[in-house]
Design a protein around this ligand. Structure first.
Ligand code: ATP
Ligand code: MG
Length: 566
């Protein structure tokens, strides 16, 4: 039976065609790949993830990574990590290293690590070839003049007066450009395409500019640099890329991508396919703006747990698996949209609910003395590590006369159906006993200082013969062993999506961190730093270093309906 099921699934998901294993497509990119495999246009896949090393990767890049490496995994293909370093003014080796660490953290491994700068010499040779074909010319117009003459969506552009320079003159001038004989911006190389094209990108775009900038890899070897739109198809081709997957804003650049491939006779010519960018409510998703936040000190660096950078998400404690699951669930589409942050949170919770150990901690400690529990006595109670585990495991927690509960779990004026602790009311301490609140001690200002409670000796969890029906269960910590710690709840940098459309600076959430002087079980300091815990009835937490201080920080809250405290 199981075998039959396997055969059925096998037939549905994969079929062998011309010796190529076909995989069932789950999105439009895979559909295209399948058609190409079937028609024999391609015999396998080669993709690349193409970051510009000018900042840290963010959650949007995770989507691109999942798509590019997803194709590799699905089709048993290859995928390179390709650094698009054609813009030396903003690029740094620090970013290269951070990008590599982030990709490894997500669990992807690239076949080759490549750089646009590896190909600078060939890219230059191809430019010579274009000049020789009469398809490129050296232009003396300034960048301002070029853009003033580009025309508009409804009006054709004006041809450059330098457009009809001879091949010989262009070759001589381009060589002189390379040799540093002109000032920055004094000349450029432009593709000769069509100033009347309805697509402005095709109106004799600049393909090389003069720029005296030390490059993070090639140093001062070059004073001319190729433009992205020209270099990218060449780099794809030289790496054997079959499918150049990018975001929708490059759709209008595809004709130029194809023009380069056709004019230079690329065979096979890589195919550019665009997909929608990921936008998530409440998250800033622009490298430029994230950089500003780091530089103006609004956050504690690129790895601040509020940052949507991969290093920030990792530091916050978001599991790589949950992030990949999120990317898989939002799918790949051709239409831009904004995904709710709650969707990401749901994926994180689902993962942590299954994997995180439970522990106890209180954000707002309220002292409880169990008056009828013997002085100096301590006993151990069994605490379940994770109720979702198939094979149940427990660990021991110390219980004694002096404990702390969360101040929010006690009410002097309880609403109807209040199942937590109230004067003369009962509540169960998780994994321990039922207690009753007999008396309240107040501070001078009238706030609650301490609760005097009695415990029901026959009500021990797992062996309760008390007969007391008690609906509320609350967490607690043992006062003798609990660790005092700063507990933080981080929010997001942007206020809700109702403010969408407003400038980031107007949408900034001014209260993106809440700080508590809490208490937690010592247990969570016994394991490796990066282990996540569910602090019962509160949220998922992990330890975190903030400017040299160790705190306990929330990864994600529990579901809202568990988290309503008042
Ligand atoms: P930013 O606008 O944040 O600076 P970028 O597009 O300039 O991002 P790159 O380093 O060029 O950043 O991006 C590398 C790859 O990741 C590109 O293929 C790009 O299209 C993709 N990418 C960037 N942002 C997103 C996003 N929000 N959703 C999906 N893919 C993205
Ligand atoms: Mg970019």
């Amino acid at each position: 039976m199981i075998y039959l099921f396997y055969i059925l699934c096998y037939n549905i998901n994969e079929k062998i065609n011309n010796g190529v294993i076909m995989v069932e497509a789950t999105n439009f990119i895979e559909q295209i790949i399948n058609e190409e495999l079937e028609s024999g246009k391609v015999s396998g896949t080669y993709t690349r993830f193409p970051p510009e090393p000018n900042g840290y990767l963010h959650i949007g890049h995770a989507k691109s990574l999942c798509i590019n490496f997803g194709v590799k995994e699905k089709y048993n293909g290859k995928c390179n990590l390709f650094f698009d370093d054609t813009n030396p003014s903003k690029e740094k080796t620090e970013f290269v290293d951070a990008i590599k660490a982030d990709i490894k953290w997500l669990g992807f491994s690239w076949d080759k690590e490549t750089y646009a700068s590896d190909f600078f010499e060939t890219i230059y040779d191809f430019a010579i070839e274009l000049i020789k074909k009469g398809k490129a010319f050296v232009c003396d117009m300034t960048p301002e003049q070029i853009s003033a003459n580009r025309g508009t969506l409804t009006e054709a552009g004006k041809q450059s007066p330098y457009r009809n320079r001879s091949v010989e003159e262009n070759l001589a001038l381009f060589t002189a450009m390379r040799n540093g004989e002109f000032k920055d911006g004094e000349k450029c190389l432009r593709a000769k395409i069509d100033m009347a094209s309805p697509n402005i990108n095709m109106r004799d775009p600049v393909i090389y500019r003069i720029l005296r900038q030390t490059h993070h890899r090639t140093g001062d070897k070059w004073c001319i640099y190729p433009m992205y739109d020209y270099a990218h198809p060449i780099c794809d081709y030289l790496q054997g890329v079959t499918h150049s997957l990018c975001t929708l804003e490059f759709e209008d650049h595809r004709p130029l991508y194809d023009w380069v491939g056709i004019e230079l006779g690329f065979n096979p010519k890589p195919r550019q396919i665009e997909f929608a960018r990921l936008n998530v409510t409440n998250l800033v998703m622009s490298k430029r703006y994230l950089k500003k936040l780091v530089e103006d000190g609004s956050v504690d660096g690129w790895d601040d747990p509020r940052m949507p950078t991969l290093t920030g998400l990792r530091n916050r404690g978001i599991p790589a698996e949950a992030l990949k699951d999120f990317c898989a669930r939002i799918g790949v589409s051709k239409a831009n949209s904004e995904v709710q942050i709650s969707y990401l949170e749901a994926c994180i919770r689902e993962y942590l609910n299954a994997h995180a150990e439970r522990a106890m901690g209180v954000l707002k400690p309220l002292k409880v003395t169990i008056t009828n529990y013997p002085d100096g006595k301590s006993e151990q109670v069994d605490f379940e590590i994770n109720p979702n585990e198939e094979v149940k495991r427990t660990r021991k927690i110390d219980f004694s006369k002096n404990i702390y509960i969360d101040a929010d779990d006690f009410s002097l004026a309880p609403p109807p159906k209040y199942f937590r602790l109230k004067k003369d009311g009962y509540v169960r301490l998780k994994s321990a006993y039922i207690i009753k609140c007999d008396d309240v001690i107040f501070n001078d200002d009238g706030s609650v200082k301490e609760l005097l409670c009695s415990y029901v000796a026959e009500s021990k969890s797992g062996n309760d013969t008390s007969g007391i029906k008690c609906k509320g269960v609350i967490q607690w910590v043992n006062a003798d062993t609990a660790k005092d710690v700063e507990i933080r709840q981080y929010g997001y940098l942007l206020n809700d999506e109702e403010y969408a459309g407003q400038d980031f600076s107007e949408r900034m959430n001014k209260e993106s961190v809440k700080i508590f002087n809490g208490k937690v079980e010592p247990y969570i300091f016994e394991n490796d730093k990066n282990v996540s815990y569910q602090l019962m009835r509160t949220g998922y937490f992990k330890r975190l270093d903030v400017k040299g201080k160790e705190i306990v920080s929330e990864i994600v809250s529990l579901k809202d309906n568990f988290n309503i405290k008042k």
